[in-house]
Design a protein around this ligand. Sequence first.
Ligand SMILES: [Zn+2]
Length: 610
Amino acid sequence: MHRLVLVMTNAVDVFNRALQILRVPPNISCADWADEHFYLSSESSNTSGKWKTTPVQKAILNSFGNDSIEKVDFFKPTRFGGTKMDIAVMFYFIAHKRRNVCFYQPTDNDRDEFVKAEIQPAIRDCPVVFDKLLSKQDKSSDNTLSYKAFTGCNAFFKGGHTSKSYERMTLDCVILDELDQFASDVGGKGDPSTLSWGRVRNSLFKKQITTSKPTLEGFSLIEKTSKSALDLLLFYVQCPCCGGFAPIEWGGKDVAHGFKWQDRNADTVIHICKLCGQGWGNEKLGEALQTGYWQGENGYKTYDGLEWFKDDKPCEPPRHIAFKCWSGYSQLTTWVQLVQEWFDALKDIKKIQAFTNNVLAETWSLENKGSLTDELIEGILPVDDLSEIVAITAGADVQDDRIEVQYVGHDKHNNIYILGYEIFYGDMNDGDVYIKFGTSVLEKRYKTGDKVRKVAHCCIDTQGHNTQMVHEFLVQNRKKHKHLFIGINGTANSTYEIADKAGSYKGVKNSQFYSIGVNVIKQKVFNAIKNYDQETHAFRIWSGATLPRDYAKQLTSEKMEVRRTNGIDKIVFTNKKQARNEALDTLVYALAGKAYIKKHRGRLGKRMFD
Ligand SMILES: [Zn+2]
């Protein structure tokens, strides 16, 4: 029985092989075909000449051309050659497989420009495609911007913004370039992926290729269409340090691996390996890519897009697969350039979004749009000039093992200058730590232009830890240094910045504190940072300031949201991750110090800020 089955299998194999030999033309993979026949035209490329498939592009191109794979989605970064890959596979289908193809661009205008600038020079420079073009004359009805007839097949070029573009044609392959720029619902008939799939559904060799830089999370069309893929593959490279395989990652400040640099100097960028923690440079990229492979969380793996593995066992190619990589894999740019672009993006939250979409090929969360990001704060270039400052205040927060204090300068134009930060550790039931803190605030001096300024007021939160000790400290110091240390009590719902009258604390004789409107002041902080631009920014960090390592992160620990209760909109601040936020609190308290000057220092306050 077993023997018989074996014989039968062999017979089928022999038959299949015979069939393959009979097939004309001989089978050649898309990447091999492109290397042999595809050219980069001088009009549309920085480097003209013969196309050479890179190790990262190989499996994507071969999946595009693989008859067993029906749908391929590619999250493509800039400067990776993504659009050229779309053209290469289209030519492969026309010249090698004689398939009917439609290439979609977002609009008719995009299509016109694309065909003139990219397709026509590419056909001219690619002899095997040019030879199959039925009419070599541009004016012929067989050779227009929207339709070109070839020996044995047709090629259409369409703008994807009207439902008409998805009617009538009988196709084998549809290619949608820059999918996220398409309308998400075309004329009320559906999304472009679904509509174009309708044109190829009945083909024996049905194929849909979508490529795009992603846009907004939840709205991105490439994200949506790739959700039904059997796997999302990332490219794993061999680490030159430890020999292990892992994706190249941007990383970010919060993780230990990925791109890292020193002292804001892009030239120092290296990639820190997730597996061994060692760093390697851009010059080793070419070699590292050679042995790389694509792998996804669902267990699919391929080296070349032709042979596939599932959980390390050979398998049929997946019917629908998605690829994602970012510009860090590209040999058309350098890592130094990418980091320089990042520094440039840090000036503006919109540029951070563009970098995220285009270079990292990641979607951008709408949540980021409405809130502060620590990148935004890190991108603020420090200022040297403190000459406009008219007053300095401090804000202090008492924790159960330390006092944190932030020093802030104010000018007449509501600009905020972050001057410094100190943390005093100690036993909070003991007076020593209060004395150390008090002395430091008292002796603090900043040179602002020609003047040397002292701290005018230091607001201390009396509500947190050790209320009793804090009030005792305040009462003792009020006699010696009138107005220097002010007790405050934060309230969320007050509409003022600081109350008109002081309250008192039962436990300590002669104690007093002012209620402050925390949310009113926080809104000012958020607006100051978000409105940041280099010329008129309201939030400035002094170049001489020493700040905690995670200062930016602490400042962005809370999100500003509008909540409607009983028909009234109210702004609330939430700290979902329960992250440390003393930097934000002490900044708010320091700004309460400015409110104190304006409200409680009479003519002096007027003279300072009017
Ligand atoms: Zn390593």
